[in-house]
Design a protein around this ligand. Structure first.
Ligand SMILES: [Zn+2]
Ligand SMILES: [Zn+2]
Length: 350
């Protein structure tokens, strides 16, 4: 990266040394991701990135000079402009505009929470349904000021998300070790977002659960299950000694899917009794749990984890939305497990 200035936590990157065309395109995708843009604009820039990455350098330079980039499949007028402006040594105007327009706001009340966070305990890579490699996610987490991240791809039952079975999870562990060796002292912890099956069983064998650093357990199926069954299902999962964090507990999608119905007081009491943290999921379309449930979990004595649940590098910037929720509900910062350093987190989870 030729970006000379590291970003302040939660603020946008300041460029002082210009950017290469690839860096500019990557950063555009990052900014579009954090703005929850999922349509043709992201696809256009990803297409241009692929084209530039595979083009020989001499051809790229010739096309920039001759203004013939648009003759290349995958490159259009707006992506060509970004490439040319970056190649000329400046920060492309479109990127500058995006940096400002897509910056994640952070209130004074939420700022101390964001500043206290040292890691992110729930995020995905290309191994399941994420869009970025483990290394790309880790590098972005480092740029955001984190000391660690917990990689939590989906478990096998979530076939739609290309969930990992035992064998792939083991192969993933090798990649985590390899990336850790390169990026240290930053730490990638190996975790999983394990499906809570209909009866509250977990979608991974006990021995493998025991080897993971952090386990997030989430309900992804039969979200409309009757109240008593859903309560039993969740209680059983959070009682598991392997489960560290209960992910997006109501399963709601704002304006799209109603929250699941369960006895929250009972589930949170079990979370408190068994040391399972309640996740404050920061995805803008989830923001789960809603404030009344966060307050209930707080009264029950629960731990919390403020997680991005990122599926792309730009989405790692979403934790401030969870910080706003924590601030609004008066969650004490020392109840939030990802304000711990990595050793304290692992000790807490053990
Ligand atoms: Zn999930
Ligand atoms: Zn997730």
């Amino acid at each position: 990266m030729t970006r000379a200035t590291a970003p302040a936590r939660g603020s946008h990157v300041l460029y002082s040394g210009g950017v290469t065309p690839v860096e500019a395109l990557e950063r555009v995708v990052h900014c579009l991701d954090r703005s929850l843009e999922s349509g043709f604009r992201v696809k256009a820039f990803i297409g241009a990135l692929d084209a530039v990455r595979t083009m020989p350098e001499a051809e790229l330079q010739a096309r920039i000079k001759g203004h013939t980039l648009q003759n290349v499949s995958g490159i259009g007028a707006s992506t060509a402009k970004v490439i040319e402006e970056a190649a000329a040594g400046g920060v492309p105007a479109y990127l500058q505009k995006l940096e400002v327009e897509t910056a994640i706001p952070l209130s004074d009340a939420a700022r101390p929470y964001r500043e206290a966070l040292r890691g992110d305990c729930h995020l995905h890579s290309r191994w399941s349904d994420g869009g970025a490699t483990i290394e790309a996610m880790a590098r972005t987490a480092m740029e955001l000021g984190h000391e660690y991240m917990v990689l939590t791809d989906h478990s096998a039952r979530l076939t739609i998300a290309h969930g990992l079975d035992r064998e792939r999870l083991l192969r993933q562990r090798d990649e985590v070790a390899e990336v850790n060796a390169r990026l240290g002292p930053f730490r990638i912890l190996h975790g999983m977002e394990v499906d809570i099956l209909l009866d509250g069983e977990l979608d991974l064998e006990d021995d493998m659960l025991g080897e993971l650093d952090i386990v997030v357990a989430s309900v992804h199926s039969k979200l409309k299950m009757p109240h008593p069954e859903m309560t039993r299902r969740m209680v059983r999962a959070v009682r598991s000694p392997h489960v560290d964090i209960l992910g997006h507990c109501t399963g709601r999608l704002i304006d799209k899917r109603a929250p699941s119905s369960f006895d929250a007081a009972q589930v949170f009491a079990e979370c408190a009794a068994h040391g399972t943290a309640v996740e404050i999921n920061a995805r803008p379309e989830r923001l789960d749990p809603p404030p009344e449930l966060v307050r209930m979990a707080l009264d029950a004595g629960c731990w919390f984890s403020i997680d991005s649940d990122a599926h792309a590098t730009g989405q790692l910037e979403w934790q401030p939305y969870g910080c706003e929720r924590a601030a609004e509900c008066g969650v004490p910062i020392d109840r939030i497990v990802n304000t711990f350093d990595v050793d304290a987190l692992l000790t807490w989870a053990a």
